[in-house]
Design a binder for this molecule. Sequence first.
Ligand code: DAH
Length: 356
Amino acid sequence: MSDDLETLREQTVQALAAATDMREWDAVRVGTLGKSGRLTALLKELGRMTPDARRQRGGALNRLRDELSRLIEARGQELETAALNARLAAERVDVTLPCAPQAEGLLHPITRTIEEMTAIFGAMGFQLAEGPDIESDWHNFSALNTPAHHPARTDQDTFYLPAVAEGQPERVLRTQTSGVQIRTMLGKEPPIRIIAPGRTYRADHDATHSPMFHQCEGLVIEKGITLGHLKGCLSDFLRAFFQMPDLPVRFRASYFPFTEPSMEIDIGWSRKTGQIGTGGDWLEVLGAGMVHPRVLANCGLDAREWQGFAFGMGIERLTMLRHGIPDLRSFYESDVRWLRHYGTSPLSPALLHEGL
Ligand code: DAH
């Protein structure tokens, strides 16, 4: 090998050994084999040589190019491996270190009640259903056998919303979850067994009323459903919810436009101590009844073929009774101290069906 090639070889080998990272390595590679690299320049000179000289010089140059290519490639891999090993060492995770403490959030008691209701009714074969907070007047009232000017409408201080466009039906903030009954019956074939927890609204605000509150609706439509099913289902629910197998439950005749017969359901308690289950007094907790044939007809169901019962309850009210929460307004004040006291861990066994 001629001296200049020997020098080039030596210098390249030294530069490769001196390169400590991929950037430096790449500079050597480009400086040797790149478009204007030193070896490339020598190769270009071949074209101006006589055939004899070219043959001699060409062979030597090609061997040198092969050798340097191999050396460059090998050094590249060496540096790459070294860089990876350095990273692995630097980024090693010590799995034995204790983790940083994390604050656990708590579930609001309303959420907890909804989850418990879902678990209890779920075990009885009910599915969850829902409807919109902004509801048509028809779903909220008319289809539920409460036409315009029906006296029952005045019981509920309704928030009316302007119609979307002229000639469109009037809209309301739903005053009750009962409209979900209509949506469910129109949306699927019986048999039906649903509960529908959700927000409801009435223009009412004092110590025991909030303009936004929660209800849970229930609907069963099957063949041969009787008042006996209603009584069994709701007694079971109340006893499971209050965790009292012998909770006194009373069914008292009442009136709702969408059920016939209608009833209110009371549980035993003490007016004096506020204790549930004993004391000889009665406290109303639920409305219910057999679905009115006119409501079935409004949903295209033949009352001679299908029967059912419906019920509705206030979620705040049941939550207050269950956990001894004295003031309705505290539910919406977002006071973290209150939530820490009445909130429930998402992992609490009380939320699991087995815990009920
Ligand atoms: N929607 C009624 C209310 O807001 C509660 C209710 C009563 C719902 C009887 C029902 C029912 O489904 O059958 O007061």
